[in-house]
Design a protein around this ligand. Structure first.
Ligand code: DGY
Length: 334
């Protein structure tokens, strides 16, 4: 197996299949081991393949934790091709002097667009009505056929007001004439609030007043099931919930029950607890739009994400400076 010691060039692992252009970009600087078959390696297999590697490009599904870092003493950087980095144990990475990077900014607008795609599809019953049409059940027009919820001019709630939350707010306020409320741990600067035409409210007000509630907060243990049965009960019975963030933020079993009992009108979900497994209760109810974690999936954006992850490896391993680090270990492996 190639390693820096044997070839003089750092060795990196690309742990899932990515664009061939991204691999070529890496090959200009490193000895690169790839996973062209896109196999899902077990933690042990990942550790085995990381022996002698200085860097790894990940897609967010493999964990980088204390056990892996202990077993891979040459690893200096883990570059995620995602903005979310809940697969990183940042405390362990700091302790081992390993830098983690993510891919902010390049996916912001694309992901916000998809938030609106889910919101519109759920509110206007797009997939539900398409299934009806495809099943040959459409025989005539009628006044209330798939009558859904209004979007334009309604109240948009956003939980988690980072870059993507702000892009969704701008889209809602400027594109759909919506009143925008948000809740975030920290209130944003007045200039950003003005740009987004968004008003900070407490979480309870957000739940009670939103016609459409979009979740875009990072997954942390504190955010686990931040939307559960109690929160769903506080929402309007006409409300639409959109989860673009991470599985585990919503209690999917409680949501399936709320949708079944029409305690909220509809949901649009791109992420799931324990994905790719989807709670069977969600598969059974008609008033939910389900997509397989594709919010950032346009060809251009996925290319930009892969290239930024590669550029982080290149910048850190050739110049000692990552472009978009998520941590700053006091002592770095070198
Ligand atoms: C991200 O970048 O975090 C997206 O959810 C894709 O995993």
């Amino acid at each position: 197996m190639a390693s820096e010691a044997t070839t003089g060039r750092p060795a990196v692992l690309v742990a899932r299949a990515v664009f061939s252009e991204t691999i070529e970009r890496l090959r200009a600087h490193f000895d690169v081991e790839t996973n062209d078959a896109d196999d899902e390696w077990s933690p042990d297999e990942l550790i085995r393949r990381l022996q002698g590697k200085a860097g790894v490009l990940l897609t967010g599904t493999q964990r980088v934790d204390d056990a892996l870092l202990r077993a891979c003493p040459t690893l200096r950087i883990a570059a995620n091709m995602t903005v979310g980095y809940n697969n990183f144990d940042v405390v362990a990475m700091d302790a081992h002097g390993v830098v983690g990077t993510n891919t902010p900014d390049v996916l912001t607008e694309t992901t916000a667009d998809f938030g609106f795609a889910l919101l519109l599809a759920a509110a206007r019953r797009v997939t539900e009505s398409e299934r009806y049409l495809r099943a040959g059940r459409w025989t005539r027009w009628s006044y209330d056929l798939f009558a859904g919820a209004e979007v334009h001019g309604t109240t948009l709630g956003i939980l988690g007001m980072g870059r993507i939350g702000q892009a969704i707010a701008r889209c809602g306020a400027h594109g759909f004439g919506m009143r925008v409320l948000y809740h975030n741990r920290h209130r944003l600067d007045a200039a950003i609030e003005n740009d987004c035409r968004a008003t900070w409210v407490d979480k309870d007000t957000l739940l009670r007043e939103s016609d459409h509630l979009v979740l875009v907060l990072p997954y942390t243990p504190q955010n686990h099931h931040i939307i559960g049965a109690a929160e769903l009960a506080r929402m309007k019975p006409t409300a639409v919930l959109v989860n673009l963030a991470r599985g585990g933020i919503v209690d999917d079993a409680a949501l399936a029950q709320a949708l079944r009992e029409r305690r909220i009108a509809a949901a649009g979900l791109d992420v799931f607890e324990g994905e790719p497994h989807v709670h069977p209760g969600l598969l059974e109810v008609p008033n939910v739009v389900l997509t397989p974690h594709i919010a950032s999936a346009t060809v251009r954006t996925r290319r930009a994400m892969a290239d930024l992850a590669a550029d982080n490896l290149i910048a850190y391993l050739t110049k000692g400076r990552a472009l978009t680090p998520v941590n700053h270990p006091a002592q770095r492996r070198g």
